[in-house]
Design a binder for this molecule. Structure first.
Ligand code: PEP
Ligand code: MG
Length: 573
C-alpha cells in the first residue's frame, strides 16, 4: 500500500517502523469520595514533583548535547510548577470535589486552549508544551511506563500521530531514519526539528496509524511524500540505490557551501543570507556568504512583553554590522502586521491583516516605535555598511514620507551630537502597485530587493497563510515572471543594486530564470546556500538567458514548472 503525505524534510529511507504511541488520555470525569480532597491534593503534589524530577533528569542528559533543546525541559518544569495552574487544580479538588486526574486534565485543557488561541503564533505554538506536561503528569499518575524516543537502540522509522517537543528534543537523531506522522504541516514542530536534523520526514499522512505495525519494513520517499508499506525485494533494492544517490548528491551539494557563487562560465553571483537576529548560529553564515541580504528585524520585537529599546536594538545591529565589516547589511525596518503580531502592543484586530496596517504602514501609525528603530539603525551605521530597506511600499508617497522621516531623525541625532554614518536607503518590492511603476520608483531609492513571497500573494490575490487557496498562490505564474523581469531590467538599466530575497531566491528551479533576467544578487536562508551555489555552477549566463526568454512565453504556471523541471538536472532540484 502506498501512503501519501507532505514530504517536509527531503530524504529517502528504508527501515522498520517504531510506533510511537503518544501518551494521551482523556480521563473520565471523577469525584473524590467524601473527605478525600486533602489526600487527592497530596497525590497530585507527589506526582507533580515526580514529573519535575523526571524532567530534570532528561534536561541534564540533553544539556551535554544541546543546551538550547535542554531549555524545552526547563520550560516544562516551569509549567508544572506554575502557581496559577497549581492553585486552580487545588481549587477544583477542594471546591468542586474533582479527583486529581480529572482536575489535572481539565485545568491543563483550559490553559492549553487559551494558549492555542493566542493571536501571536509564537505563543500559540506553546500549546503543545502544556499538552506535553499534562500528559507527563497523567502518565505518572496512572502508573504507565514512558515510551521515550531517547531509549530507542536500533535505527528505526518513527510512526506517530504527532510528535511533542519533548519527544523530538530527547530522541537520538542517529537512530531515527525517518519520521512519519498523521498530523502536522510544513511549519509544525516535527517538521522544524526534522529539517534541522536533516531527518527525512513525511507528515500529514491520513490513516498512518491504522496501517502500519510495529517492526514492519517500509520504504520512505520524503521527496515526493510517499511511504510504501509492502515493498517487495526488487523495490527495496531500487529504493536503497535511490537513497544512496540522494545521500551522495546531498554530500556533493554541501561541498558547495564554502565556494563562491559562480555560474558555469564563472560569472560571480552574490549569495547573501536572510537573518532574524544577531545570534551566533545566524552570524556563522558570514564565513560562506557575501553579505546580509535581509535582516528581518521584527523578530527582535516578537514573543516578548516590552518593545526593544533603542540601546538594545543598537547593540543587535552593531553586532551584525561589525561581523560583516564593510560588506552590506540590508536591515529591513520592522515588518509587523499580517501574520506577525506583537504581545507588547494591543493592536486593533483587522479583517484582512495582510492588506492592513502592516510594516511601513504600521510604522507611520506608530512614529515613536519607528523613530526608535531608525535612531538605533542610524547610530549603528558607524560600525559597518548599512543599507536600510523599507517593507510594504505601495507608492512613491510611501518612499518620500519614509525618507523624510529618516532625515528628520538624522537632524535630531545631529542636534544631540550623536554620530551616525552614511547609509543606502531602499525598498522591498513586494506590492504590485510599486512594481508596476518601478521606472519611477527606481529614481527615488538607492537599491531594492524583490520580496517574492508577498509579491505572489498580492499579485495572485491568494493569502500566503491560507492553505485553502494554496493552488492559487502560484510562484510560477507568468505574471510573476513578467513583473520580476521588468523590475530587474529597470534597476540594472539605472545601475542600482537589485536582488531577490523572497523564497524564490532559494528555489533552484528558478535560479537560471533570475540570472537570465539579469539578477546578480540572491538572498536566502542558510540551508539553501549550497543548493543554489550548486545550481548556479550548472549553467552559463547565455544558457540562463535562453531559459528566461522561453519562460516569458508560457501562459500558465504548470507549463513553466514542467519546462523548468526538464531544464534542470534532477540532482539539483
Ligand atoms: C517577501 O515577502 O518575499 C519577504 C522576503 O518578506 P517576508 O517573507 O518577511 O514577508
Ligand atoms: Mg514580505
Amino acid at each position: 500500500m502506498i501512503l501519501i503525505g507532505n514530504g517536509v524534510s527531503p530524504g529517502i529511507a528504508v527501515g522498520k517502523i517504531h510506533i510511537h504511541g503518544k501518551f494521551h488520555i482523556e480521563p473520565e470525569k471523577g469525584f473524590c469520595a467524601g473527605g478525600e480532597e486533602r489526600s487527592q491534593i497530596l497525590h497530585y503534589e507527589t506526582v507533580k514533583q515526580l514529573a519535575i524530577d523526571e524532567l530534570e533528569k532528561i534536561r541534564l542528559n540533553i544539556e551535554k548535547l544541546d543546551s538550547e533543546k535542554a531549555g524545552i525541559f526547563k520550560a516544562h518544569q516551569d509549567i508544572a510548577d506554575d502557581i496559577v495552574i497549581n492553585e486552580e487544580i487545588h481549587n477544583k479538588i477542594l471546591k468542586e470535589h474533582w479527583n486529581a486526574e480529572w482536575a489535572v486534565y481539565k485545568v491543563y485543557d483550559t490553559f492549553l486552549q487559551m494558549v492555542r488561541n493566542a493571536p501571536d503564533p509564537l505563543i500559540a505554538q506553546r500549546a503543545s508544551d502544556f499538552e506535553d506536561v499534562c500528559n507527563r503528569i497523567l502518565r505518572i499518575m496512572l502508573g504507565i511506563k514512558d515510551d521515550m524516543l531517547s531509549k530507542i537502540n536500533e535505527p528505526v522509522i518513527i510512526a506517530a500521530c504527532d510528535l511533542l517537543p519533548s519527544d523530538t528534543a530527547s530522541m537520538d537523531k542517529v537512530k531515527i531514519l525517518a519520521i512519519l506522522t498523521e498530523t502536522g504541516g510544513a511549519t509544525s514542530h516535527s517538521a522544524i526539528i526534522a529539517k534541522s536534523y536533516g531527518i527525512p520526514a513525511v507528515l500529514g499522512i491520513n490513516g498512518l496509524m491504522e496501517t502500519v505495525k510495529q517492526g514492519q519494513l517500509v520504504t520512505v520517499n520524503a521527496i515526493d511524500g510517499t511511504v510504501n508499506t509492502e515493498p517487495d525485494n526488487t523495490y527495496i533494492k531500487e529504493h536503497i540505490l535511490k537513497r544512496d544517490t540522494f545521500l551522495s548528491s546531498k554530500e556533493l551539494t554541501e561541498a558547495f557551501r564554502n565556494r563562491e557563487g559562480r555560474t558555469k562560465d564563472n560569472v560571480k553571483i552574490d549569495i547573501d543570507i536572510n537573518i532574524t537576529s544577531a545570534a551566533k548560529q545566524e552570524l556563522d553564515a558570514e564565513k560562506y556568504v557575501d553579505s546580509v541580504g535581509l535582516f528581518r528585524t521584527e523578530f527582535l520585537y516578537m514573543g516578548r512583553d516590552t518593545l526593544p529599546s533603542e540601546k538594545e536594538q543598537l547593540n543587535h545591529y552593531k553586532k551584525v554590522l561589525e561581523c560583516f565589516k564593510n560588506r552590506p547589511v540590508v536591515l529591513r525596518t520592522v515588518d509587523i502586521g499580517g501574520d506577525k503580531v506583537l504581545s507588547s502592543l494591543d493592536l486593533p484586530k483587522e479583517e484582512n491583516p495582510f492588506m492592513g496596517n502592516r510594516a511601513i504602514r504600521f510604522c507611520f501609525n506608530y512614529p515613536d516605535i519607528f523613530k526608535t528603530q531608525i535612531r538605533a539603525a542610524l547610530r549603528a551605521s558607524v560600525y559597518g555598511n548599512l543599507w536600510l530597506m523599507l517593507p510594504m511600499i505601495s507608492s512613491l508617497e510611501d518612499i518620500r514620507k519614509a525618507k523624510d522621516f529618516i532625515n528628520s531623525v538624522r537632524e535630531e541625532l545631529k542636534n544631540e551630537g550623536k554620530p551616525f554614518g552614511e547609509i543606502k536607503t531602499g525598498i522591498i518590492i513586494e506590492i504590485p502597485s510599486i512594481a508596476l511603476i518601478v521606472n519611477q520608483a527606481v529614481k527615488e531609492v538607492d537599491f531594492a530587493s524583490i520580496g517574492t513571497n508577498d509579491l505572489c500573494q498580492y499579485l495572485c490575490a491568494a493569502d500566503r497563510m491560507n492553505s485553502a487557496v494554496e493552488t492559487y498562490y502560484q510562484s510560477y505564474h507568468p505574471a510573476m515572471f513578467t513583473v520580476i523581469n521588468n523590475v530587474i531590467k529597470t534597476f540594472n538599466k539605472a545601475g542600482k543594486p537589485i536582488s531577490v530575497c523572497g523564497e524564490m531566491a532559494s528555489d533552484p528551479l528558478v535560479t537560471p530564470v533570475l540570472i537570465g533576467f539579469g539578477i546578480r544578487k540572491l538572498s536566502m536562508g542558510a540551508a539553501a546556500v549550497p543548493v543554489i551555489k550548486r545550481a548556479l555552477s550548472d549553467f552559463t549566463v547565455k544558457q540562463a538567458e535562453q531559459i528566461a526568454k522561453k519562460v516569458l512565453k508560457f501562459s500558465t504556471a504548470s507549463e513553466v514548472e514542467k519546462y523548468l523541471t526538464r531544464q534542470i538536472a534532477p540532482a539539483l532540484i
